[in-house]
Design a protein around this ligand. Structure first.
Ligand code: KIV
Length: 270
């Protein structure tokens, strides 16, 4: 389609995509340049994830990320991408204290960053906050299964939903999030069969990450799928490029050229 005729994806559109059986392609992004590249490539949804804490800030967990960081990164993404639905993660402790505080912080994200929606982790414990937001016109994406903000409670990034009890809780939470007005739900690192079951139980789209092919959409952290790191290679990530190798060899060539006075040449000088 002519890019100038493409309209920005809305939360309503992703729900229609589920109904029409059209898979939803989502990626994370944290800056304008990457968001612009993904615009050209036709991505449906960009999540400004609190994975910014790991990927950009170099932290071990997502816990140190603040509301101000999320607003700043979303503003940059909004400037670079004009067609995807932009969803902003609510960072740790921006929505857990009271539903009122969660509501106010979600409002700041929508107002100051211009996002199309917010995302928060958890089921039962966030329902009041989700209800308050959705009743006031703030679209909410849920996040179940492996929820990285609870890493210190879980103690590991292992698969979730493998016991009957945990699987039942994930199913209940997905339905409850839908009833509270959520427009979509991320399912992270749960068995493919459980994700398929959840997907058929709810009318809102499920967006999988390590949750198999039956989900209505898929999301990956962009630096993982483009091979920016040599260390992090979980089974659920397909590497579509090896940018680590491309970038390190290009920079090493530049370093050599500068040291050997091969750069700049006369053509590159004024
Ligand atoms: O923060 C993030 O990038 C996420 C995705 C992994 C879903 O929550």
């Amino acid at each position: 389609m002519n890019p100038s005729l493409r309209k920005r994806v809305t939360t309503r559109r992703v729900i229609e995509m589920k109904r029409a059986g059209e898979p939803i392609a989502c990626l994370t992004a944290y800056d304008a340049m990457t968001a612009a590249l993904f615009d050209t490539a036709g991505i449906d949804v960009i999540l400004v994830g609190d994975s910014v804490g790991n990927v950009v800030q170099g932290h071990e967990t997502t816990l140190p990320v603040t509301l101000e960081h999320m607003i700043y990164h979303t503003q940059a993404v909004m400037r670079g991408n004009h067609h995807a639905l932009i969803v902003t993660d609510m960072p740790f402790m921006s929505y857990q204290v009271t539903p009122q505080e969660a509501f106010r912080n979600a409002g700041r994200i929508m107002k100051e960053a211009g996002s199309g929606a917010v995302k928060l982790e958890g089921g039962q414990r966030v329902l009041d906050a989700v209800r308050m937001m959705t009743e006031s016109g703030i679209p909410v994406m849920g996040h179940l299964g492996l929820t990285p903000q609870s890493i210190h409670q879980f103690g590991s990034y292992k698969q979730r939903g493998t016991s009957e009890g945990e699987a039942d809780a994930i199913k209940r939470d997905a339905v409850a999030l839908q009833e509270a007005g959520a427009f979509a739900v991320v399912l992270e690192k749960i068995p493919a069969a459980l994700a398929a079951e959840v997907t058929s139980m709810v009318d809102i789209p499920t967006i999988g990450i390590g949750a198999g092919s039956a989900c209505d959409g898929q999301i990956l952290v962009w630096t993982d799928m483009l091979g920016m790191s040599t260390e992090f290679r979980p089974r659920f990530v397909r590497r579509y490029a090896e940018l680590h190798d491309v970038i390190t060899s290009a920079v090493a060539a530049y370093v050599d050229d500068v040291r050997e006075r091969r750069f700049p040449d006369t053509e590159e000088s004024y």
